[in-house]
Design a protein around this ligand. Structure first.
Ligand code: NAD
Length: 495
């Protein structure tokens, strides 16, 4: 089903996110014929552009960043006709009147009333002023027509997230608010739901009786690049754990929803967050690790340490690495550890969920058969490889009974010939259709903040940590290995 006629107001239309992600995503939706026949994309920014010069800039972005490669001339021309530019300042009420005019013009010529999506691709400090000014527009409180998409970060801590929720909910109904977490739009992440709830095979063993531990590891090989100023006020816990990693964890751990309804799925996810064991000082001491990278060598090139990065305080105690052990206090997961780690300037870029099953109850094979023994493991690789692999033991061919682990692999590239859509394509299409399943609800965001606040507060108050404590291109601080090794496990890495 195609979405209804839509007007996209992109605040921050000249920004990096719009250029690299939003416009290429909308263009690919257009190519795949998912865009409605009637749509308009309005880029808002402070720079002076004409429609044509703005379209030129966006075309360059599409040519550089679109998954479908360089734009085809005719197709782009057709798409670009739907794009216009409005020089606007978020503080200026008059500019919102101009936006209203654009919507009115669309409505006057289109076959039915449009859906209006206000996409906030600007720094979060502008979210309140934009929301307040939008509230003065005629259609702001029309539940059926107006939506607001809010980019991450959603708050800097629990208090600011609550404030932002409060402000937005005073103006919009929850069903109009789309808090984006692009991780949830990734194919493999969405496939968690299909994999768990469309197969009879896994549910009976998806619990503490069979699962020994779970790992979620999201590592990046790059440093902070040109985002040092922002990152220094954020850190790994805020930037990755509070949102992406906890959302993925919820998909692994949630109870089966009754149906595929957005509210039902989001209820089950928030149940997980509510059941997560609180961090007291003991848990913080034993179950959390933070790190910061020093200089090092990456592929033969010297790279600087975090404290030497552009716009980063030379004494910064911001963590560029975090590892935590979580527990979920409910019937399904009691005492099953969930280890998560994330970091920058790590040896390998990858996002992996690894579910390790308990060992067999009794080993019938002689010890020489089982030298490379490995418990069953289910590995969901989110990126860069998109795959699901089940590691099982098998007999190696030959005259001796030697066992070794083998992978049963479902690899997207090998299974499907079609290209996988980018996360932003999925999410923008859902926003147009009014499907909030893959967006975060206000209470989810707050519960996630609530869980991590004691850790954040403890890390911020104890500044005596000796940073940096891992070198660029390593696997993070040694203490992160110790966190999991003391329970007898190791971090899983793809070969
Ligand atoms: P950016 O600095 O590249 O762009 C900022 C945009 O805001 C520009 O278009 C600028 O014209 C506009 N702007 C600034 N002041 C304005 C004003 N007074 N009135 C109107 N417009 C104004 O930022 P970005 O990287 O595109 O990020 C935007 C938001 O998206 C941030 O909240 C960021 O955290 C989030 N985000 C970005 C990425 C990314 O890949 N860039 C990824 C996830 C989330």
């Amino acid at each position: 089903i195609k979405p209804k006629p839509t007007v996209f107001m992109i605040f921050g239309g000249t920004g990096d996110l719009a250029e690299r992600k939003l416009i290429p995503a909308l263009y690919n939706l257009f190519l795949a014929e998912y865009m409605p026949k009637e749509f308009k994309i309005v880029g808002l920014g402070r720079t002076a552009y004409q429609d044509d010069s703005f379209r030129e800039v966006l075309l360059e972005g599409v040519n550089k960043h679109s998954r479908s490669g360089k734009a085809e001339k005719d197709k782009w021309a057709e798409f670009a006709e739907h794009i216009s530019y409005l020089k606007a300042d978020v503080h200026n009420e008059k500019d919102y009147e101009k936006m209203e005019k654009i919507i009115e013009t669309c409505d006057a010529s289109w076959s039915e009333p449009s859906v209006i999506i206000h996409y906030l691709a600007v720094t979060p400090q502008f979210f309140p002023i934009i929301a307040k000014n939008l509230a003065k527009m005629k259609l702001a409180n029309d539940i059926n027509r107006t939506r607001i998409v809010v980019e991450k970060p959603f708050g800097h801590d629990l208090e600011s997230a609550k404030e932002l929720n409060h402000l937005l909910k005073n103006i919009f109904h929850e069903s109009q608010i789309y808090r984006i977490d692009h991780y949830l739009g990734k194919e493999t992440v969405q496939n968690m739901l299909a994999f768990r709830f469309a197969n009879a095979l896994f549910e009976p063993i998806w619990n503490r009786n069979y699962i020994e531990h779970v790992q979620i590891s999201v590592t990046e090989d790059i440093g902070v690049e040109d985002r040092g100023g922002y990152y220094n006020t954020s850190g790994a816990l805020r930037d990755m754990v509070q949102n992406h990693i906890l959302q993925v964890l919820c998909l692994v751990a949630m109870e089966p929803p009754v149906n595929f309804d957005a509210e039902e799925i989001r209820n089950r996810k928030v149940d997980v967050l509510r059941a997560m064991r609180k961090f007291g000082s003991e848990e913080i001491r034993h179950n959390t690790v933070r790190g910061q990278y020093s200089e090092g060598w990456v592929e033969g090139e010297k790279v600087v340490g975090y404290r030497e990065e552009k716009d980063v305080d030379p004494d910064s105690n911001t963590e560029t690495f975090a590892a935590l052990k979580f527990f979920i206090d409910n019937w399904r997961w009691q005492n099953v550890p969930f280890y998560v780690r994330t970091g920058k300037r790590i040896h390998q870029k990858s996002s992996i969920i690894s579910i390790q099953f308990k060992d067999v109850p009794h080993l019938i094979f002689p010890s020489k058969s089982t030298e490379s023994w490995q418990q069953n493991r289910l590995i969901i690789s989110i990126q860069p490889e998109m795959s699901i692999r089940l590691q099982v033991q098998a007999k190696r061919p030959g005259l001796d009974m030697i066992l070794n682990p083998v992978d049963m692999v479902f690899n997207y590239d090998g299974t499907y010939s079609t290209d996988t859509p980018e996360a932003y394509e999925t999410l923008l299409l859902d926003a147009m259709k009014g499907d909030q399943t893959l967006f975060m609800r206000g209470d989810q965001v707050e519960t996630a903040w609530e869980l991590l606040m004691p850790v954040l507060e403890s890390w911020e108050s104890k500044k005596s940590i000796s940073f940096p404590n891992y070198s660029a291109d390593s696997w993070g601080p040694e203490t992160a290995e110790a966190l999991i090794a003391k329970d007898g496990f190791h971090w899983f890495t793809l070969p």
